[in-house]
Design a protein around this ligand. Structure first.
Ligand code: EPZ
Length: 432
């Protein structure tokens, strides 16, 4: 099993280029199979979740040509709607977007229930509500969710909960329904807009994505397209926090600054310098930063996917801070790990009370999930001494070449096998 080994204390300085947005790419890859023609996706993040979904898409019969790490051509015309082999996609989680895509394309779908994960229960009742409103039948049996419809008919759907996944899944199915669908209380994240723009580039008729009311006029066919995925808001935010936590100076390139406003505003509020350019932001911190309050909210509020990284930063602040996690019910599992590094954080329900300390001390910690894993790596880089982070497969789900990008910024970090004493000692000798 692999781990990161880190020697803290170096400020991170230099430039980093952000990759394509994982959470846009997952919806876009699923939607790509709905065209019976070649669809080219560029700026694809080369991360585990994406590679697993591409395996699933190939397993159900689509033609997948991985042109490069960051470009793929998909042709859904080779999917035989009448005899799809659901075996593989009943086993993996990254496939629930195939529900909406296959329902829209073939009038039926059957995928693994996402089940719970490290941050919460991840229900899909709103996805089901949307599919049933469009005239589909939905059954759940032995951990598999199946849906089918003779014909999808547009409808007026009101989401009880603002859900990114439900918005994307329902948008895909409605894009091929007969007539008009109005989706109210829709999620407004940048990746929703990206999936809608992608569907429209294939000939869909979707208006209002990015607002809480999305209007969809169903069409009968999608055509070939070439589409480039937007930059990853959360990868960018993670490197912005890394600059602040290590008292460094990083130019984060290939971003859409508007998508980062909630993060930039908080960094400025606690005393960091944030300079915005057309497609880049620079973050500079040369002193210990101040404290603040954070409440995670649907976009454009503060992103829940930036909560662990920001709480880690506030754990180093000069003062007391509070973080309220309003989206997921179990997203503070990393606090025990940070407290092993000397942090002083108490969690009461969905609130973390943080008393700032001067510096983390290196320790052996374990990544509980994707974003918390990234936060622990940055804590090691900001800390004093050696830190090891294991369970890094979580981090590799959503960060492409994470250690390579951090090394290029002066971070002393290596990916080693936990059993490989020789490499671990070599690293310790090298970093002194
Ligand atoms: C997406 O998850 C992202 N994942 C998550 O990112 C992100 O944290 C989340 O949106 C919120 O922004 C992907 O895009 C693959 P939701 P999703 O449906 O769609 C409740 C990461 O780190 N809910 O917006 O599953 C749910 O319990 C990951 O990249 C229902 O009650 O999130 C949660 O409390 C982690 N019923 C809230 O809504 C439903 O049918 C928001 O969930 C669906 C959701």
């Amino acid at each position: 099993m692999e781990q990161y080994i880190i020697k803290g204390g170096n400020p991170l300085n230099g430039e980093v280029t952000i990759g394509g947005a994982k959470n846009a790419a997952l919806g876009i890859l699923a939607a790509a199979i709905m065209a019976d023609d070649v669809v080219t996706i560029e700026n694809l993040p080369n991360v585990r979740d994406i590679n697993v979904l591409l395996q699933a898409i190939e397993a159900i019969g689509a033609t997948v040509d991985r042109v490069s790490d960051n470009e793929v051509k998909i042709n859904g015309s080779t999917i035989g709607c009448l005899n799809i082999n659901y075996e593989f996609i009943r086993k993996i989680r990254a496939s629930y977007y195939l529900l909406g895509a296959l329902l829209g394309k073939c009038g039926k779908a059957s995928v693994a229930l996402p089940g719970g994960c490290a941050i919460g229960s991840r229900p899909i009742d709103q996805h089901i509500k949307g599919f049933e409103a469009l005239g589909a039948k939905v059954t759940i049996d032995h951990g598999t969710i199946s849906t089918s419809a003779d014909k999808l008919i547009g409808n007026h759907i009101y989401l009880d909960v603002v859900s990114v996944g439900a918005t994307i899944n329902i948008m895909m199915a409605a894009a091929r329904a007969e007539g008009k669908t109005i989706l109210e209380n829709a999620a407004k994240e940048p990746h929703i807009v990206d999936v809608a723009n992608f569907l429209n580039s294939m000939g869909a008729d979707i208006k209002g994505a990015g607002t809480d009311i999305i209007r969809i006029q169903g069409v009968s066919k999608f055509k070939k397209t070439t589409y480039s995925i937007i930059p990853d808001q959360i990868e960018a935010g993670t490197f912005m926090i890394a600059a602040a936590a290590t008292k460094g100076n990083i130019l984060v390139k290939n971003v859409i600054p508007k998508h980062l406003e909630a993060i930039s505003a908080k960094l400025i509020e606690i005393g960091a310098t944030v300079e915005e350019y057309d497609d880049a932001v620079r973050v500079i911190a040369d002193k210990r930063l101040g404290s603040t309050q954070i409440k995670t909210l649907p976009y454009p509020g503060f992103p829940t996917d930036m909560q662990p990284q920001t709480a880690m930063l506030l754990a180093l602040s000069n003062g007391n801070s509070m973080v309220i996690e309003s989206i997921f019910e179990n997203r503070f599992k990393y606090v025990d790990e940070l407290n092993r590094m000397g942090a002083n954080i108490k969690v009461e329900g969905n609130v973390a009370i943080i008393e700032g300390i001067e510096q983390f001390s290196g320790a052996e910690v374990s990544a509980p999930d994707l974003r918390a894993g990234a936060a622990l790596v940055v804590a090691g880089l900001a800390g004093d001494g050696i830190t090891t982070v294991d369970q890094i497969h979580y981090i590799q789900r959503g960060y492409e070449n994470f250690e390579g990008k951090l090394q290029a910024l002066g971070g002393l970090i290596e990916r080693v096998d936990v059993e490989d004493e020789k490499s671990i000692n070599k690293f310790k000798l090298r970093v002194g």
